[in-house]
Write a protein that binds this ligand. Structure first.
Ligand code: GCU
Length: 719
């Protein structure tokens, strides 16, 4: 294709391809319909699988004699799972023991080829799942102590009481629904909750926050608590404790008090009474999660109090029962201060002021779950306060349930980030898991991607993110490669199509290419969405697709992409160095200096920290502008490659699951095209530089793309 050099020529050249995206999408959808038809026919010949079974498919190939001296609902489950899934020696004897051992931490366990020992029955159950996983994936089983990295490994469900899910892309809530029978717990509900709990337990997740952080005060009403109790009763045998997102203003919003001032004696008593009521129904209730003074939610600052004042009152109320409060640090106001700096500025002065059953929940990055962010400077900085990471399993900014993006590499990158707060090796993982600071409690949270869709997560590969979150919460040193390997072996075992395939053939033709695709998928998403440190340049339309142009008058600046990319004729990027907002100063040395100096700042974070001229010379020798274009184009090609890779494994996947992924890869490519075209054309308005030779020039007209941005239907809404 002819190379284009100026904005005018782009407009001219592309007149013919006006509405290109929409034609292209229609064509793609036609292609999709044909392929779905072919797949439908193929279903007649290949075994179908709706994906509901997740990674829990192992069937026993031999019998086992399980010895367990005690009986309890949890131990009974452990025995049942062993018998159902045993793939070891036929007729072997396996012993399950509950006995305290100092080497075992929390609900960890001692594994051996002959049995499992744990401090409590939950540890035994986790040990059983570990053993079965190893048998199914062919990993060695030797004498070993397996301890979890965190005491609380929690999934945060952003489920609303009407059944909708904030940032959920896999159907309605499994816990809540609208209607007259909203609080009637049916056998069907219970069966689903049990399956959910089993999936959580199989990867060691031991907590579930049942409702949205933007909480409804009615969550704390007696009738709602009754349903929470019903859920807790089903989740309990699997070791999954329930938590509630509590609205800070509940005392006044539903409790009939005049105020929710945390230091008002009536308010203090209200929280104490509420805690007593909850624990009388749910003795092992986990505690509260609170979003306060954040994005319009009420909080202690409304009464001139601090976050610590607010958190402590609620924490004191649950303390007698062993509960905790997870208090979120996701705060920013409309001030002129760089949004990336605000959480640190607000929380650091409160270090040491929180009671010991408060844990401050900090998002992995300083802004908001973007495809790539540097770690939040709060990690390691608050040394006298328990801090827990919050990551997002649901793909709000990473392609919803349309784009195939395996998130483990992103979390691994975050957990391995070195804060240097207590010298080299002070990774965010070690700063939060108790290895460095003597935290009374340790925890990690993941915003769930689970819904009522038959395969739970919408995209089949989104299941791998639920799996990966659990595995990393259990062991924050695990590699993405190991997690992908395990998940693929469990979810797509060679026999899944019903055909006989040798392990060697399956490993070469399926496991290797698909694992590589998973491992490349996050970087691909960064490439076609927000490369070189770009952030928050997505469409405001549900946060899917590009929107670097979006800045309507009277909208808060720190919600608009131009605030974050700062593109002008001279350059692009947010200057957070000492000559700019000085956000770098919130990091410990040598990290602060490394980010501050353009020569040492990792290029993956370049535009996060620096405003640079379009012709700035990158390490590759290319200009910044060329590099940006190349990243967008590379992302696009990576998705095309994923399509080829997936097509190549059709013989090894059942038709239904094959179709689920194939269908979405088509839509993902549409999205990657739109990101590429929209961003390159938009930024070219400022750079006025030609698209580098050798890459596909963008197609379409920027005006058309912009005009259609907010009208664009979300691909998942069409399913
Ligand atoms: C993001 C997200 C909101 C959510 C918020 C939070 O801003 O878009 O839906 O409420 O994060 O984490 O509280």
């Amino acid at each position: 294709m002819k190379q284009i050099s100026t904005e005018n020529s782009i407009l001219h050249e592309n007149t013919a391809s006006k509405s290109y995206h929409f034609k292209q999408m229609t064509f793609n959808r036609m292609k999709l319909t044909v392929s779905i038809l072919i797949l439908f026919l193929a279903v007649q010949f290949t075994r179908a699988d709706d994906g509901h079974g997740l990674w829990l498919r192992g069937k026993s190939t031999a019998s086992v004699n399980v010895v367990c001296a005690k009986k309890s609902p949890t131990l009974d489950l452990a025995v049942k799972e062993l018998k159902q899934g045993w793939q070891g020696k036929n007729g072997a004897t396996f012993v399950l023991t509950v006995k305290v051992d100092k080497a075992i931490k929390f609900d960890g366990f001692k594994l051996s080829p002959k049995g499992i020992q744990a401090n409590n029955e939950y540890g035994v159950l986790y040990g059983v799942y570990e053993l079965l996983r190893r048998q199914a994936t062919g990993e060695t089983i030797k004498d070993e102590v397996c301890n979890p990295s965190y005491e609380h490994r929690v999934l945060n469900h952003w489920d609303n009481m009407d059944g909708s899910i904030e940032r959920g892309y896999a159907g309605h809530s499994i816990f809540w629904r609208r209607g007259a029978d909203a609080f009637v717990t049916t056998e069907k509900d219970k069966a689903l909750w049990q399956e959910y709990a089993r999936a959580d337990a199989s990867v060691g997740i031991n907590g579930a926050v049942l409702n949205n952080v933007n909480s409804n005060p009615n969550m704390l009403k007696a009738e709602t608590l009754k349903r929470v109790k019903d859920i807790a009763d089903v989740l309990r045998p699997y070791g999954v404790k329930v938590f509630i997102s509590a609205k800070f203003s509940s005392p006044s919003a539903m409790g009939g008090l005049k105020s929710s001032d945390p230091l008002n004696p009536e308010v203090i008593k209200w929280w104490q009474d509420k805690a007593k009521e909850i624990y009388s129904m749910i003795p092992d209730f986990g505690g509260f999660l609170v979003k306060a003074n954040s994005e319009g939610q009420a909080g202690p600052q409304d009464y001139g109090r601090t976050h610590a004042d607010g958190a402590n009152v609620m924490a004191d109320a649950v303390k007698p029962y062993g509960g905790i409060v997870m208090w979120r640090a996701f705060v920013y106001t409309t001030s002129n201060e760089d949004r990336a700096k605000q959480a640190y500025n607000e929380f650091l002065p409160l270090d040491g002021k929180f009671h010991d059953n408060v844990i401050i929940q900090v998002k992995n990055g300083p802004i908001d779950f973007q495809p790539r962010e540097p770690f939040s400077p709060l990690f390691g900085a608050m040394k006298k306060t328990s801090i827990m990471p919050e990551v997002q399993v649901t793909q709000e900014y990473l392609g919803h349930s349309v784009d195939l993006v395996f998130l483990a590499p992103m979390w691994e990158e975050f957990l391995k980030s070195d804060t240097y707060q207590e010298g080299k090796g002070s990774t965010t993982a070690r700063c939060t898991d108790g290895s460095i600071f003597p935290q009374k409690h340790t925890a990690i949270a993941g915003v769930s991607n689970v819904g009522l869709d038959v395969n739970w997560c919408g995209h089949l590969f989104a299941q791998s993110n639920w799996y990966a979150y659990g595995r990393l919460a259990w062991n924050n040193q695990m590699t993405s490669e190991k997690i992908a390997d395990e998940w693929l072996k469990l979810a797509f075992e060679p026999t899944s199509t019903g055909k006989s395939v040798s392990t060697q053939e399956w490993t070469t033709n399926f496991l290797k290419p698909i694992k590589q695709m998973m491992l490349d998928s996050r970087e691909a998403a960064v490439n076609y969405m927000m490369p070189v440190g770009f952030h928050h340049i997505m469409s405001s339309n549900e946060h899917y697709g590009p929107g670097p142009w979006w800045a309507p008058a009277r909208t808060r600046k720190d919600w608009t992409p131009p605030y974050f990319h700062q593109a002008d004729s001279l350059g692009v990027g947010f200057n957070r160095t000492t000559t700019g907002s000085n956000a770098v100063s919130q990091y410990h040395e040598p990290v602060a200096s490394m980010f501050n100096d353009v020569n040492t700042c990792p290029e993956i974070y370049l535009l996060w920290f620096h405003h640079l001229p379009w012709n700035y010379k990158m390490k590759s020798g290319r200009t910044l502008w060329d590099e940006i274009c190349i990243h967008y184009n590379t992302g696009l090609h990576q998705v095309q490659q994923f399509q080829k890779t997936w097509d190549g494994v059709q013989p090894y996947v059942d038709a239904e699951r094959f179709g689920n992924v194939k269908e979405r890869l088509v839509l993902q490519l549409d999205a990657a095209h739109l990101w590429n075209d929209g961003c390159v054309l938009y930024f070219q308005k400022f750079s006025k530089m030609p698209v580098p030779a050798g890459i596909e020039p963008p197609v379409g007209k920027l005006d058309d793309i912009i005009n259609n941005d907010l009208k664009r239907p979300m691909p998942w809404a069409k399913r």
